[in-house]
Design a protein around this ligand. Structure first.
Ligand code: FCB
Length: 456
């Protein structure tokens, strides 16, 4: 059967500043926590850092041509806070602003709408030195001030804003663990309560950030939060298992303390009961601040968990995956395409937000790409993965859920955090020695899908 997406469906790709820009010391950019973290021995696989990355800062024009060749009309990028405010606060750094103006103007000139994430993990080292970044409530206000400065400067040409990317990753994975590799820099804090306090501060940053964007924007704009909430997939789509998946949705991962307060204005009662005295301190007015009106939710989805109804106290079981369960080239990258569909459905039925448009702000996979003698990258495994997730997206659209777009992660191979350059998520291969860009088979495949508005 032909799986046709509606004409207005937004096809895009996504990247993030630290993962592609490089030029870490160019144009007055300040250090970010990721510069510091990746410079520490043993933190990143093979000792990689984002100092050069894809050198996108210098090669952005060629990369924009690549986007144009792909045929996307939407592109998700992030801004590096320390490139714009080198010490985290104060006046904008003109050279940093110039870069993003060039980049955004280049997109607009090619008919591509920029979707801009204000924070994709690379916070200024200066704020870490000053008060420990997300350990402090001050970070929320500094983020809002940063948002004000940026939106005043770029709001004439950008109308699609995202506040923070994946609160769980840069708070719970940064502050809650002391293992290598971790997904984010941070400091191990004393208790689970302190970890939840960091994500509470991030939620406040989101809320104050929304208010700041709206106040500063010179024109009507769209604001989204980007979250990688964990989708619970019912083992069988029957009422009992669906009800179990709905219950479990509150307590798996960090859903109950991140996506719940952001979209409903309350931490999930089930999560709070579980946390007991480890729940974060919530000051009067915080939940109202956090629960801002949003035009959309960005859903980053790579995998999910299966749940079934069970005769247990809670009434459900989260199922362990068998040893041989298929996965792509990351330990956590299990193939659960239904998670895309059920994640969207949970926003509607479990969080009771059927009104809220959702777009897939990231979906993609790492594969063990090889260049053939003919110079091709035949990433059939990536196409296999993408096709299945797109089928789940089509199902959501066909059933009337408000899924508005899909941003493939990623336009090109890049610095995959603690895994460095070892893991390739791109549909464009980067030869890091020469910085040559080679579109993979998945690039050509996705291009055809976009042109037809179909899964081919
Ligand atoms: C997400 C991040 C993104 C990238 C993908 C693979 O958690 O938002 O930067 O690393 O995973």
């Amino acid at each position: 059967m032909t799986l046709q997406f509606p004409p207005g469906f937004q096809w895009g790709t996504a990247t993030a500043a630290y993962q592609i820009e490089g030029a870490a010391q160019v144009g007055g950019r300040g250090a970010s926590v990721w510069d510091t973290f990746s410079a520490q021995p043993g933190r990143i696989l093979n000792g990689d850092t984002g100092a050069i990355a894809c050198d996108h800062y210098h090669r952005y024009a060629a990369d924009l041509d690549l986007l144009q060749a792909l045929g996307v009309k939407h592109y998700r990028l992030s801004l590096a806070w320390p490139r714009l405010l080198p010490t985290g606060r104060g006046p904008l750094n003109q050279a940093g602003l110039d870069f993003y103006q060039r980049l955004i103007d280049g997109l607009l000139a090619r008919g591509i709408t920029p979707h801009v994430t204000l924070f994709h993990w690379d916070s200024p080292q200066a704020l870490e030195d000053c008060y420990g970044s997300w350990r402090s409530r001050e970070m929320a206000q500094d983020f809002a001030d940063y948002a004000t400065a940026v939106v005043k400067a770029l709001g004439d040409r950008v109308t699609h804003w995202m506040t923070l990317n994946e609160i769980f990753c840069f708070t719970h994975m940064g502050y809650g663990v002391n293992q290598v590799p971790v997904h984010a820099p941070g400091t191990r804090v004393a208790s689970l309560k302190d970890v939840w306090q960091t994500s509470h501060h991030a939620l406040l940053a989101h809320g104050l950030g929304c208010q700041a964007i709206r106040a500063a924007s010179p024109q009507p704009c769209q604001i989204a939060l980007v979250d990688n909430f964990l989708a619970t997939v019912p083992l069988t789509a029957t009422p009992d298992h669906i009800a179990a998946a709905q219950k479990a949705f509150h307590t798996v991962g960090t859903n109950g303390g991140i996506i719940f307060p952001a979209l409903t204005g309350e931490y999930s009662p089930a999560l709070l009961a579980q946390l007991g005295d480890q729940a974060p301190d919530i000051q009067p007015g915080d939940l109202e601040t956090i629960h801002q009106p949003l035009e959309a939710l960005g859903f980053n989805v790579y995998s999910g968990v299966y749940v079934r109804a069970a005769d247990t106290v809670v009434g459900y079981e989260v199922l362990p995956l068998p040893v041989g369960y298929p996965r792509l080239h990351m330990p956590w990258l299990h193939l659960v395409p239904e998670s895309l569909y059920w994640g969207i459905r949970h926003i509607s039925m479990t969080l009771q937000r059927p009104d809220l448009p959702v777009f897939i702000s990231e979906n993609g996979c790492a594969a063990q790409d090889e260049v053939t003698a003919e110079g091709e990258i035949l990433d059939l495994d990536r196409i296999h993965y993408l096709r299945q997730y797109l089928q789940a997206a089509h199902r959501a659209v066909a059933e009337g859920y408000p899924l508005t777009g899909y941003f493939l992660w990623s336009l090109m191979d890049n610095f995959e955090w603690a895994y460095g350059y070892d893991r390739r998520f791109g549909i464009t291969y980067i030869d890091y020695a020469t910085q040559q860009r080679i579109p993979k088979a998945s690039f050509h495949w996705y291009k055809q899908c976009i042109a037809a508005g179909q899964i081919l």
